[in-house]
Design a protein around this ligand. Structure first.
Ligand code: F0G
Length: 365
């Protein structure tokens, strides 16, 4: 019997780790690529969703965290820190436990979904709440890690993107080739950069963001790369507007970011893949979240639904090529933010007497 060994052991020949380097893993990756027939019908294409909420802490961040924290372990630093809109902090806190490290998380006060905050707390991270947004938190974290013996595990740490690129490998391995279009939500723009690196490496190309030239020496697995489509939230869309946003806002708190760290790399992914970066409203995000839940069977957090919202919006405008193979990454688990998912829904069922008749009456059978 084989158990998936986590992304470093599964893809070690494509990652900057040798056979004797320490591996800090919670057996992340190997997530399902789920065909979505009803979504496919809606847009006239063949749509799959890459369910990253199935990772150990419920988001794609675990791919980058196994890689970043394994490097920290090799270097011998004892404290890690990150800024976060929630998922990075949840993942960093869990991998710090696995590695036996201390973890500090710098968060925008009042803007973290309850499930993510719970994760950071139960895994024993030190929490710092900042009266500011994610961009302020990242600046403080950078200053902190420059001045103190603390390692930064945000996606500006190149080991993060190295780990995250493995999702693209898994997709090509599952489909037998690269999709025609890959769609992602975009916040700090690390993940779209990482996927583009992954697809490019698997196609035997290299990219500006490549960690080193190791990819040059590897056999191509696929000849093709997808168009990279990224979607930001309407009032947190610096890449679409072409300038940083002072006060980003969106119900999708995970991507409430006004000045993405990987800005240039995201533009490179868009331009060299002939892709696009556009924005979707909070209403479109919530509608896509509901469609994913009711028509695919996958419960995702709001930010994750930005990919599908973007697909639906582009399809409505006639921009989706008929029959194209499309992968939407849904980045985080819906259980992290049940408050947003339940807002405006009837959540208090009638309480009945403990009898079959009463249950049947309520069910209208
Ligand atoms: N989706 C989710 C669920 C996220 O948590 C994030 C980022 C993104 C999408 C966007 O990815 O930043 O690489 O463009 N969350 C970070 C965090 C910022 O702190 O958890 P990106």
């Amino acid at each position: 019997a084989h158990q998936w060994q986590g992304i470093i052991r599964e893809y070690r020949d494509r990652l900057p780790f040798g056979d004797t380097d320490p591996v800090v893993t919670l057996y992340e990756g190997g997530t399902p690529l789920v065909p979505a027939p009803r979504l496919s019908e809606r847009v006239g294409a063949e749509v799959h969703v890459k369910v990253e909420g199935m990772n150990p802490t419920g988001s794609f961040k675990d791919r980058g965290m196994t890689s970043a924290v394994s490097k920290v372990k090799a270097d011998g630093t004892e404290v890690i820190a990150c800024a976060s809109t929630g998922n990075t902090s949840a993942s960093a806190a869990a991998y710090a436990v696995a590695a036996g490290l201390q973890c500090a998380v710098i968060l925008p006060a009042g803007k973290i979904a309850a499930g993510k905050l719970a994760q950071a707390i139960v895994h024993g991270a030190r929490l710092v709440a900042v009266d500011g947004n994610f961009d302020d938190c990242l600046r403080i974290t950078r200053e902190l890690t420059e001045a103190y013996p603390v390692d930064l595990v945000n996606s500006v740490n190149p080991y993060r993107l190295q780990g995250q690129k493995t999702a693209a490998f898994e997709i090509v391995d599952a489909l037998g080739r690269a999709p025609d279009i890959h769609i992602l939500p975009v916040g700090n723009a690390g993940n779209i950069t990482a996927y583009w690196m992954g697809y490019s490496e698997y196609a035997g190309r290299t990219t500006l963001a490549s960690f080193d030239d190791s990819a040059l020496h590897m056999e191509p697995v696929s000849e093709s790369v997808p168009q990279m489509w990224g979607f930001q939230a309407w009032n947190s869309a610096p890449l679409v507007l072409g300038h940083p946003i002072e006060s980003p806002e969106t119900i999708a708190t995970a991507i409430r970011i006004g000045n993405p760290a990987s800005w240039k790399y995201a533009e490179e992914a868009r331009d060299s893949s002939a892709g696009l970066i556009d924005r979707v409203t909070d209403e479109e995000i919530l509608e896509a979240q509901a469609i994913l839940a009711a028509e695919v069977g996958v419960f995702v957090e709001p930010a994750s639904a930005a990919s599908v919202a973007g697909l639906l919006k582009t399809a409505a405008a006639g921009g989706v090529p008929e029959g194209a193979t499309i992968v939407c990454t849904v980045t985080g688990n819906g259980l992290k933010d049940t408050a947003t998912a339940l807002a405006g829904r009837d959540v208090d069922p009638d309480v009945i007497a403990p009898s079959l008749e009463a249950a049947v009456r309520v069910l209208g059978l």
